[in-house]
Design a protein around this ligand. Structure first.
Ligand SMILES: Nc1ncnc2c1ncn2[C@@H]1O[C@H](COP(=O)(O)OP(=O)(O)OP(=O)(O)O)[C@@H](O)[C@H]1O
Length: 723
C-alpha cells in the first residue's frame, strides 16, 4: 500500500530548509497548504463582507433611500438633500428624473438629456481644434478612394477648360494629381462586385414581375457625362451655407459648430471624432491625454449649452452612461473614471445599449439590431439581460452606406467628380444625398433625375444634376453584402494607444467574449463547431440553408465544404459548411488588419468582424437559443431595428424577406420598429432614461465614496451583467 499523503513536511523537504550542519538557512516560517478536504470558508461569499453593501446598509433608512434615488449627493448631510424629505425645493421643482443625466455617445452622434426629458439632444460627437491643416489637407487620398489611370487623369485635365465650374482650382485638386500614388483599393474589384449585384438585382426584379428597362445604366452614365453644371451667384442662392465664424480665434469648437467650420478657414481647424467604429479613435489621436481632454470638452460644453448644466451642478447629479454590449473594458473604466473623477457626478450607472433598447420599446425579450454610423451590433435580450454569447459587433453602418453610394455614383460618372468625404461640406452633402435618395424599395429602382447644390466656403454655389438607377438600392444593400465595402481604413491604429485589458492574476485578455463574435474569428478551414450543436436548432440547419444569400432566389447547394474566395462577400461557401457558419472567411479574407491569427480571438492583431446583416442576425439568435427551438422562434418574432442606419426606406421589408428566405418556414417573423413612432436613433437613450427614473435600481449606482476606495474593482458589484 502506498504511503498516505499528508500536509506535514516530509523529511526530505525539511532537509532542503536545513544545511549540513543542521542549522536553518533562513528564518522564514514555512507555510504548508491547507488540506482542502477539511476546509471551509465563507470569505467574500456574503453580502455583508463586501464594502459596497456594508456601507449602504449602515446608513439610516431615509438617507439611504435619498441616496438610492440620486436625490442626495454622496457624503452630504441629509438636510442639504433636495426632495429627501418628500417636499420639493423651490429652485428644483422635483420633476422625477431631472437630476439624472443620460449620456449615450456614438461614433457620430452624442445623445444627452435629463431622464425627465421626452427626447435627448443630439450633438455631433466631434471637436474642431486649431491645427496647421484641415483633415482633408493632411490626407492626400480623397474618399471614396479612386484609382485613376494616368491616361484618364491626363484626359481630364485636357478636356476641362478654365471656365468649367468643376472644383479644379481648389486645393482638392491635389487629390486628383496624387491619384496614381493612392493605395490600390481595387476599383476594378469594386466595379466587378457592383456589376455582379446589379445583375442579380435585375434578375430578382424580373422574378418579382417588375419592369427592367434595358440599358438603363448606360443611359444614366451618358446623361451624367454630358451634364454641364451651373454657377449660381451668391446673392441668387437663398440657401447659402452658414459657416461658423472663427474670428474669435477660439482654440476649439464642438458639435454642430465644429462640423460647420469652413474647410479653408483662417486659422485652420481639424476635426477629431473621439469614437471610431464604436471604440476609441486611436487612428486620429496621438495621445491618451488629448483624447481625455477632447471627450471632457465635448461633454462639458454640450451639458452647458444643451441642458444648461454647469460644472457647479455636477456634484448634485447622477449619470447613466450607455455602453456597447460588447464593450472594451478599458473604454468603460476610462469613461467611468472620467465621469466620477473629472466631472465628479454624485453617482454613475453603466447600462448596456441593447438592454436600453428593450426598456425603450417596452419589450422584455427581443433580438436588438442596432445599425449605427460605423458599427452594427446585434444582441438577444431575455428578461432584461443580454445573452452574452449572442452579442455581435460588426464594423459597418450608415457611413459605409454613404461612402458606397458616392462610389457607385462616381462609377456612373457622377458630375461632381471631385467629391471628397474628408471635406466637411462634401461629407454633409453626401449624408444629405444618401438620406434623400437611397431606398430599399424595388419600386425606386428606376432612372430618376435629381439635383443638388455644392456650397463650398468662399466660392460660388454650383448646381449639379445627375441621374440615378440602381445605386440608390445597392448602396444600402451593401449592409447585406459587406464585401463591397472599402475596409482598408477600419481598425487602423487600433490598440496603438490603449492596450487591451488583461486579467491581473492570469494575464489573459478579459474583455467580454461572445461565442457568436468568436465564430467570426474561426479559421476558414474549421470543420467542427465545438461551441454549439449545429444540428438544425433553428429550423434552418446550415447544410440545408439555401445556397445563395444574394438577391436571386436561391437554389439548394451541395454540402461540400469549400474554402471561400476573397472576392465574394456572399457566403455561399460559408453556408455550405455543414458543421458551422464559416463566417471568418466571409468578411475577413479581405480585411484582416495586421498579420493576426484569425483562429485566435485573443490575438493582439484584430480581425475585422464583417458578416452580411441577415446572416449575422441568424448567427446571433442561434447562439442565443442554444438549440431550443421555442427560444429561437421567440427571438425571430421579436427583432427590433434601432439606430440611424435602419432608417432607410424599405429596410424592414427587405430584411424580413431575406430572413424568411434564409430560414424557411419557422413560425412568425416580426421585424419591429420602435413603438409610438419613436425615432430609432433615440430609442436606446429613451430606454436608458426610463431606467434612470426607476427607484429600484439602487444596486447599480457607483458612488463617489465607493469609487474612491475600490476604483474599478467596484464594477463586479455594480453591473447588471457579469463584469
Ligand atoms: N433617414 C435616414 N436614412 C438613412 N440613414 C440615416 C437616416 N438618418 C440617419 N441616418 C444615418 O444614421 C447614422 C447615425 O446613426 P446613429 O446616430 O445611430 O449612429 P451613432 O450612434 O453615432 O454611431 P455608432 O452606433 O456607430 O456608434 C448616420 O450614418 C446617418 O447617415
Amino acid at each position: 500500500m502506498p504511503p498516505r499523503k499528508t500536509n506535514r513536511p516530509s523529511k526530505k523537504d525539511e532537509g532542503l530548509a536545513r544545511t549540513d550542519n543542521n542549522l536553518k538557512n533562513h528564518s522564514w516560517p514555512i507555510v504548508y497548504p491547507i488540506n482542502q478536504k477539511n476546509f471551509y470558508t465563507d470569505y467574500l461569499k456574503r453580502d455583508d463582507q463586501a464594502l459596497v453593501w456594508r456601507q449602504r446598509s449602515e446608513l439610516p433608512r431615509p438617507e439611504r433611500e435619498a441616496k438610492d434615488r440620486g436625490l442626495m449627493p454622496d457624503g452630504e448631510p441629509e438636510k442639504d438633500s433636495i426632495g429627501a424629505d418628500g417636499k420639493e425645493d423651490e429652485e428644483h421643482p422635483e420633476v422625477w428624473g431631472s437630476r439624472v443625466i443620460i449620456i449615450h455617445p456614438g461614433s457620430r452622434n452624442l445623445r444627452i438629456g435629463r431622464a425627465s426629458d421626452a427626447l435627448p439632444k443630439t450633438i455631433p460627437n466631434v471637436i474642431a481644434r486649431q491645427n496647421a491643416q484641415s483633415e482633408w489637407e493632411e490626407d492626400p487620398h480623397p474618399r471614396p478612394k479612386r484609382l485613376r489611370t494616368e491616361e484618364e487623369s491626363r484626359d481630364d485635365i485636357e478636356d476641362t477648360g478654365d471656365n468649367t465650374p468643376h472644383r479644379r482650382t481648389r486645393g482638392s485638386r491635389k487629390s486628383t494629381t496624387l491619384a496614381e500614388k493612392e493605395p490600390p483599393y481595387a476599383e476594378s474589384s469594386f466595379q466587378t462586385l457592383f456589376n455582379e449585384i446589379s445583375q442579380e438585382l435585375k434578375m430578382q426584379m424580373r422574378q418579382n414581375k417588375r419592369r427592367v428597362l434595358p440599358n438603363s445604366r448606360e443611359g444614366v452614365i451618358n446623361h451624367n457625362k454630358k451634364y454641364v453644371p451651373e454657377n449660381i451667384k451668391e446673392h441668387n442662392d437663398p440657401y447659402r451655407a452658414e459657416w461658423t465664424s472663427v474670428e474669435t480665434n477660439l482654440l476649439h469648437f464642438v458639435g454642430h459648430e465644429a462640423l460647420h467650420i469652413a474647410d479653408n478657414s483662417h486659422p485652420r481647424y481639424k476635426l477629431f471624432w473621439p469614437l471610431r467604429d464604436g471604440v476609441f479613435n486611436e487612428h486620429d489621436y496621438v495621445s491618451k491625454r488629448r483624447w481625455h481632454e477632447d471627450v471632457t470638452v465635448i461633454l462639458r460644453e454640450s451639458f452647458s449649452r444643451e441642458l444648461g448644466i454647469g460644472p457647479e451642478d455636477y456634484e448634485g447629479l447622477s449619470a447613466v452612461f450607455v455602453i456597447p454590449d460588447l464593450y472594451d473594458r478599458i473604454y468603460v473604466t476610462e469613461m467611468l473614471d472620467l465621469l466620477l473623477r473629472e466631472f465628479r457626478f454624485s453617482q454613475v450607472c453603466l447600462f448596456q445599449e441593447s438592454v436600453a433598447a428593450t426598456y425603450g420599446a417596452g419589450f422584455s425579450s427581443a433580438c436588438i439590431v442596432d445599425i449605427g454610423a460605423q458599427k452594427t451590433s446585434i444582441s438577444c435580450v431575455e428578461e432584461g439581460m443580454v445573452i452574452p454569447d449572442s452579442r455581435l459587433n460588426l464594423k459597418f453602418g450608415g457611413d459605409d452606406v454613404s461612402t458606397t453610394f458616392m462610389q457607385m455614383l462616381l462609377a456612373n460618372s457622377f458630375p461632381y467628380s471631385d467629391i471628397n468625404l474628408l471635406r466637411r461640406y462634401d461629407y454633409l452633402l453626401a449624408e444629405d444625398l444618401k438620406v434623400k435618395y437611397t431606398s430599399l424599395n424595388e419600386a425606386d429602382v428606376v432612372v430618376q433625375f435629381h439635383n443638388f447644390h455644392v456650397r463650398a466656403p468662399g466660392e460660388e454655389t454650383i448646381k449639379y444634376g445627375f441621374k440615378t438607377y440602381d445605386e440608390v438600392y445597392l448602396a444600402p444593400f451593401s449592409l447585406f453584402y459587406p464585401g463591397i465595402l472599402d475596409t482598408n481604413d477600419k481598425l487602423r491604429g487600433r490598440r496603438s494607444l490603449w492596450e487591451r485589458s488583461y486579467d491581473l492574476y492570469d494575464d489573459v485578455p478579459n474583455d467580454p467574449v461572445s461565442l457568436a463574435q468568436n465564430s467570426l474569428h474561426r479559421p476558414a478551414t474549421a470543420t467542427v463547431n465545438e461551441d454549439i450543436d449545429m444540428t438544425d436548432d433553428t429550423g434552418f440547419g446550415i447544410s440545408n440553408r439555401p445556397g445563395s444569400t444574394g438577391l436571386t432566389v436561391p437554389t439548394t447547394s451541395e454540402s461540400t465544404p469549400k474554402t471561400p474566395h476573397t472576392g465574394s462577400p456572399i457566403p455561399e461557401e460559408a453556408l455550405e459548411v455543414p458543421e458551422g457558419l464559416n463566417v471568418a472567411a466571409i468578411g475577413n479574407s479581405h480585411s484582416k488588419a495586421g498579420g493576426s491569427d484569425p483562429g485566435d480571438p485573443d490575438s493582439e492583431n484584430e480581425v475585422l468582424p464583417m458578416l452580411p446583416l441577415d446572416l449575422a442576425i441568424i448567427e446571433s439568435i442561434r447562439y442565443a437559443a442554444k438549440g431550443d427551438e421555442k427560444r429561437s422562434k421567440d427571438f425571430f418574432s421579436g427583432i427590433l431595428l434601432v439606430g440611424g442606419g435602419s432608417l432607410t426606406a424599405g429596410f424592414n421589408h427587405l430584411l424580413e424577406e431575406r430572413l424568411i428566405r434564409q430560414k424557411g418556414s419557422l413560425g412568425n417573423l416580426t421585424i419591429s420598429s420602435p413603438p409610438r413612432e419613436l425615432d430609432p436613433q433615440v430609442l436606446v437613450w429613451k430606454g436608458a432614461s426610463v431606467f434612470g427614473k426607476l427607484t429600484s435600481t439602487n444596486e447599480v449606482w457607483i458612488k463617489q465614496s465607493e469609487y474612491d476606495i475600490l476604483n474599478s474593482r467596484v464594477l463586479p458589484y455594480k453591473t447588471l451583467w457579469m463584469w
